[in-house]
Write a protein that binds this ligand. Sequence first.
Ligand code: PMP
Ligand code: GLU
Length: 396
Amino acid sequence: MYISQRARNMEPSATLAVTAKAKSLKREGKPVISFGAGEPDFDSPASAIRYAEEAMKGGQTHYTPGIGIPELREQVCAYYKDRFGLEYSPADVVVGSGAKPLLYEALGCIIDPGDEVLVFTPAWVSYVEQIRFFDGVPVLVDTSKTDFIPRIVDVKKAVTPKTRAMILNNPSNPTGAIYDEECLRDLGKLAVEHNIAIIYDEIYERLVYCGEKHHQILNIVPEARDLTIIINGVSKAFAMTGWRIGYALGPSKMMSYIGDLQGHITSNASSVAQWASVGALKEADEDVKTMHKAFSARRDLTVSLMKEMPYITFTEPKGAFYVWFNVDQAIGKSWKGQKITDDAELCKIVLEAKYVALVPGSAFMSPGHVRISYSNSEEEIREGLGRFKEFLEELE
Ligand code: PMP
Ligand code: GLU
């Protein structure tokens, strides 16, 4: 069968691939510790489970409106009003099967072939692939020399008449950086000046530490409202990755196109999971706070253990649940005769030798780095990082 060029050009999701490999080694009985996918290990909130059970027993097991049940869209609006003071109407919210497909649908409704999208690197693995799938052109703006905060001079240089959108991921996966007010103001103003859409992926907005504050871009640049699509969901803050519920909020006309596109792809997101998300948004705020506390302690533990390791350097993360570190000093060395040629090889050898799963930085468009997700128990963090340190100490 002929396979399209588009499909052949696609890189599979490295985060999912590493996790799948770790799970298959685990099934073989290997003592794997996975710092691969960013996925909270906590149980989903009791309120989510209760609402899901009630939905199933109450017959809420059919198609729903393509854009999601009104009850969930109303809850999302209430959340945005309460948390950020932003007024949205349920008609301007689309619920999808996770934030991931909503990002894809948003891109599909913004770009034509050849259009450019600004992506700040290191960047989460799916942005570039999704842009390419619509024959768009990702224009990469490197932030690694400025503590992962884009510098407006660099961004301005990357803008052309073909720039249609910029994707902002705040807090950032993989770096854990948090964008400050000045950066968001500059980016927002630039977008308004050049009529560039802002895709504001704030899926980690509840996961911010060290007394830092997460900023909603529209609170800083309200004039960008008609250009902004907000992306969020229950996966991370509510530990609900498997339910697959995300939501997007934006200008009415654009949201109606996104809803129409979704109607041709997934129809609605799972009805039961939508009800579970109503339960989470309504009643799980305390659970979010408890998990946040645990993540904060895990972050401190991970950072302190990593500071003791040879050959790696990193900027301390302030948000999400990742540490992004440079491994240049380890590249070129060998482990028991196996040469470490790059970040991918390093991750491969660590997994095979020490059963510790990490994601190579090249998947985030930034070779020479590695990402660790510390969404594991403190016990696993101690054990896994102990093994990784041992590996680094064995390099020659
Ligand atoms: N954006 C970012 C930055 C992410 O890390 C993820 C991780 N899953 C997503 C979007 C998608 O989240 P989900 O589809 O699980 O809602
Ligand atoms: N977003 C998470 C990660 O970066 C989960 C996997 C994925 O969706 O890519 O690991």
